[in-house]
Structures are given as structure tokens and as C-alpha cells.
Design a protein around this ligand. Sequence first.
Ligand SMILES: [Zn+2]
Length: 175
Amino acid sequence: MKADRDAIIRGQRTAEPASMQITRRLEFDAGHRIPNQASQCRHLHGHRYAIEITLSGEIITTEGAAGQGMVMDFAEVSAIARRHLVDAWDHAFLVHAGDRRIAEFLASIPGHKTVVLEQPPTAENLAIAAFRILDPAYRDKYGNNLRLERVRIYETPNCWADATRHEGGSMKPER
Ligand SMILES: [Zn+2]
């Protein structure tokens, strides 16, 4: 039995993980409408959205470093997401630039918090937009190959869309 345990300690009986991923979830409220949709989402309304940010990287092993034992401190994952995206989208109205009637109406309200998007604000398009905004914000800050792997946007607890990085480095949307 002792030989078995020694083998486990030396790693002979255990599988090593190929990579490490961490995910931070944040929530925000926003309004939107999908102008061409036949059902409910064509009306002006809002959602309690959730965004899940998945990063990959090596665990920081530098003795005494603030992030030792982590890929990135979850508090910092959250702070970067807020600074670059969530603070701008929270309690904003997310409008497609092509939805001219609503876009012009919102622009006519002084100081209204509006986010104008190039595509209709579906969960898929929000995930793509969020990925593009956040990707440079998380790029390899600590020499541990940190990078954004996936952005998941929940429009409701039961409906979400994933924008996932391609092996080559760019990003592909998934549902
Ligand atoms: Zn909706």
C-alpha cells in the first residue's frame, strides 16, 4: 500500500490537468428590444442579464506574489469586467443602430444611458460584442498566458449564448 501511495505522490497514478480555466459571473440590468422578432422581444423591455467570463492561464507560482496559486484574482476579473463593460451596460438601453426610431428617441433624451450596437441586441450578439471588448483587457497581464476563452451571456436563467475563442486565436459565436 505504501508503494501505491508513493506512486500517487510522484504523479504516476494521477492525471495532470492540461489547462486551468476560471470563470467569474456578474449580473446587470439592461433594456433592449429585437425589432424584427415576432414574439415578445420586439417590445421595449428589460432583462436581468448575467455575464460569465472564462479565462485560461497558468497558475502563478511566484513565491510571495499577490496572485500566487491563482490564474487571476477573482476580484480583479470582476474589476476589469466592470471597468470595461458592465458599468457601461448596467441600467443602459441596448439599441441596434439600425433600429432608427428607438435610437433617435433615446438620443433625444438628455443624458440617457444608451449603448448603440452594430447588430440587434440578442444574447448572441451581446456575447460577441462583450468578447471583443474584453479580449484585450485580459490579455496576458502576468506572463502566465492569461487569455479570454469564453463570454457567456444569459438573457434569462434558461437562455444563454456563448462566444468562444477559436484554437487559432479569434472568436466564434455559439448558441
Ligand atoms: Zn428580451
